[in-house]
Design a protein around this ligand. Structure first.
Ligand SMILES: NC(=O)C1=CN([C@@H]2O[C@H](COP(=O)(O)OP(=O)(O)OC[C@H]3O[C@@H](n4cnc5c(N)ncnc54)[C@H](OP(=O)(O)O)[C@@H]3O)[C@@H](O)[C@H]2O)C=CC1
Ligand SMILES: O=C(O)C1=N[C@H](C(=O)O)C[C@H](O)C1
Length: 250
């Protein structure tokens, strides 16, 4: 009989962490061996012989949590935002020193969101203008969302070499045109009652395409978390984006 995969959650008292604890507890072949809150020492991961760490905390603590896991040979599935290019490069260097260890950094675990981002990047070459509106619950500490940043990066890659989007704005109040991520305007809405939503608007003369995804609850993220947990040990090194684990091009 194969043994269950031993999984730990860091950030277990948060919205995502609590949902992940419950999902892992219900999942076949997985055993939840540790659920760490803010005040729990990371050594608990070693004492409980965790094999995969799910990291769902805050941008300020995520990097040190993941580096601890990698340095001790544990695989990590990371949903926390804030992993900019500098942090990812440093982590890739650490992974090179720890061959065989896998880390997945997923800006969004919802399969529909991953697909929506992919579709937006595919469409972006064919329109004059692209802007992103991301909408979240008001407890979110970061803006723009990690998903919007990733979407803007992929759109910018797809539009490389094309002229900039038309925009005659000469005078604007600060923030009126959103945050500009890789030349793509991103508008962040924080509204009571929302969970996590994104709409990519693509426009050309006489037409508009809108690509929208809605997460109505944390349950939307759990299939992606479980996919990551089951796969991360078989993909050494750093994977950025859950699409790296999906065979979207086949
Ligand atoms: N990739 C994805 O699909 C998704 C990613 N996210 C991202 O995941 C992260 C968490 O989101 P969410 O659960 O909504 O946020 P919450 O604020 O609900 O939870 C964050 C948790 O992190 C804990 N925490 C803070 N510092 C530490 C630390 N040093 N060590 C351990 N735990 C710590 C907090 O503890 P305390 O309660 O004590 O303050 C809190 O429980 C965010 O970055 C968010 O953007 C969110 C949804 C989906
Ligand atoms: O904080 C959230 O809630 C979410 N954070 C992630 C992000 O910043 O993109 C993923 C999802 O949007 C929910």
């Amino acid at each position: 009989m194969t043994e269950n995969l031993r999984v730990a959650v860091i950030g277990a008292n948060g919205r995502m962490g609590a949902a992940a604890v419950a999902a892992i507890g219900r999942a076949d072949g997985l055993e939840l061996v540790a659920a760490l809150g803010r005040s729990d020492p990371l050594e608990r991961l070693l004492e409980t012989r965790a094999q995969v760490v799910v990291e769902l905390t805050v941008p300020d603590s995520s990097e040190q949590n993941v580096r601890f896991a990698v340095q001790h040979g544990l695989h990590a599935v990371v949903g926390t935002t804030g992993w900019d290019a500098g942090k990812r490069t440093a982590l890739a260097g650490l992974l090179a020193q720890n061959p065989g260890v896998g880390v997945l950094i997923a800006p969004n675990f919802a399969l529909g969101s991953v697909l929506a981002t992919r579709f937006a990047a595919q469409a972006a070459r064919y329109f004059d203008s692209v802007e992103i509106i991301e909408l979240h619950h008001p407890h979110k500490v970061d803006a723009p969302s990690g998903t919007a940043i990733r979407t803007a990066q992929l759109i910018a890659q797809a539009r490389a070499g094309l002229p900039p989007a038309p925009d005659a704005t000469e005078q604007a109040m600060p923030g009126a045109r959103g945050a500009v991520v890789d030349e793509v305007p991103v508008h962040s809405v924080r509204l009571a009652g929302l969970t996590a939503h994104q709409e990519v608007l693509l426009g050309s003369a006489g037409e508009q395409l809108s690509i929208r995804h809605d997460s109505f609850g944390q349950d939307s993220f759990m299939p992606g978390v479980l996919l990551g947990v089951r796969k991360v040990a078989s993909v050494p090194g750093l994977t950025y984006g859950l699409d790296g684990y999906l065979e979207l091009d086949s």
